[in-house]
Design a protein around this ligand. Structure first.
Ligand code: MG
Length: 293
C-alpha cells in the first residue's frame, strides 16, 4: 500500500481525466470515476480519498447533486471537494462554493495551478485530521478520551439497534491507585497508567474501543459481543494486569461489565450499570469482575 494521499477524480471526459491524472499521478494515489453514482460509491469506500476533484457536467447526475449526497453521508461528509468544470460563469462558482466545495477550478485546466490548489487542500485536510485525532485522544496514554467515547457510544448503540447486534461495555478502575501516586510519586503513577493502557490496547480486537474515561478509570466498548464474552474478556484482562507489575509495582484492577439492552436503554443507563457493577467489585474486595445483574 502506498502512503501517498488518495485523490478521487470524477470526470466523464477522457481527455480531461488524462490531463488531471498526468498532473497528479506522481504525488498522489488516484481513483477515477466517470459518473456520479460511481463517484459516490468510491468516495465512501475505505480507504477514503483525502480530496475529490469533481466535474459538474456528468452523464447521470450533476456534480452539485453528487456533492449534496456526499455531504449527507457520515463517511464522506468531511472529504473536501474541488469543482473542476467547464462552467465558468460567476454564478456557477458561487453556487459551488456556497454548497460547500472548498475551491472551484475552471477548464481548460492549467497543471501548475491545479497542482498548487490541490496541494493546499490536501495539506489543510491533513492538518484538520491531525487536530481531530488530537482532540479524540488522551494525551498521557494515547487511548481515546471520554469525549470520543461519548460520540462513539452514540454511533455504536444506534448501529446495534439497527442491526440487532450485541454491544458490551467494560468499565475498569485501578485498585488503590492513590497509594501508587502517594508512595511512588506522580511520574510513576503516570507510567503505571501508560502500561495499563498499553496492555488494554494489545489485548483487544481491532474493533474494540479502549478509552481513558477519567483519572484511573477506563472504558472498553465491544461490538458484536454479549456480556458473557465480555466477562471472559474482562477476566482475562484482570489476570494479565495482575501479572503485569508495571514499574515493579503490584497493581490490580476491578471490573464492571454490562450489555446494551435493545429495548429502552440509554447511554447514561449503560454507563451507570457498568459503574454500579464496578462499585460492587470494589466493595467485594477489588481485583475482580462483576457483571451487572
Ligand atoms: Mg463533464
Amino acid at each position: 500500500m502506498s502512503d501517498k494521499p488518495i485523490i478521487l477524480i470524477v470526470d466523464d471526459d477522457p481527455i480531461n481525466l488524462q490531463i488531471l491524472a498526468n498532473t497528479l499521478k506522481d504525488t498522489y494515489q488516484l481513483k477515477v470515476a466517470i459518473n456520479g453514482s460511481q463517484a459516490i460509491q468510491l468516495a465512501q469506500k475505505e480507504p477514503l480519498p483525502e480530496l475529490i476533484l469533481l466535474d459538474i457536467g456528468l452523464p447521470d447526475m450533476d456534480g452539485y447533486e453528487v456533492l449534496e449526497q456526499l455531504k449527507t453521508n457520515t463517511d464522506s461528509k468531511n472529504i473536501p471537494i474541488i469543482f473542476v468544470t467547464g462552467k465558468n460563469q460567476q454564478k456557477d462558482e458561487e453556487k459551488g462554493l456556497k454548497m460547500g466545495a472548498v475551491d472551484y477550478i475552471t477548464k481548460p485546466i492549467h497543471p501548475i495551478i491545479v497542482t498548487a490548489r490541490v496541494k493546499t487542500q490536501i495539506s489543510l485536510k491533513q492538518q484538520k485530521d491531525q487536530l481531530l485525532s488530537l482532540a479524540a485522544h488522551d494525551q498521557l496514554t494515547g487511548l481515546y478520551n471520554r469525549h470520543f467515547l461519548m460520540d462513539c457510544i452514540t454511533r455504536k448503540t444506534s448501529f446495534a439497534l439497527r442491526q440487532d447486534t450485541d454491544l458490551s461495555l467494560i468499565m475498569l478502575d485501578i485498585d488503590h491507585f492513590k497509594d501508587v501516586n502517594d508512595n511512588y510519586g506522580h511520574p510513576t503513577g503516570d507510567s503505571v497508567l501508560k502500561s495499563i493502557a498499553q496492555l488494554l490496547q494489545s489485548c483487544l480486537r481491532k474493533e474494540d474501543i479502549a478509552t481513558r474515561f477519567g483519572g484511573e478509570e477506563f472504558i472498553i466498548l465491544m461490538d458484536n459481543c454479549n456480556q458473557n464474552i465480555a466477562q471472559e474478556k474482562a477476566e482475562h484482562l484482570r489476570k494479565t494486569i495482575e501479572q503485569l507489575k508495571p514499574d515493579n509495582i503490584q497493581v490490580s484492577c476491578s471490573f464492571g461489565v454490562t450489555q446494551f439492552n435493545h429495548t429502552n436503554d440509554s447511554i447514561e443507563d449503560l454507563i451507570k450499570r457498568a459503574d454500579l457493577a464496578l462499585y460492587q467489585a470494589k466493595e467485594a474486595g477489588r481485583n475482580r469482575v462483576v457483571v451487572y445483574s
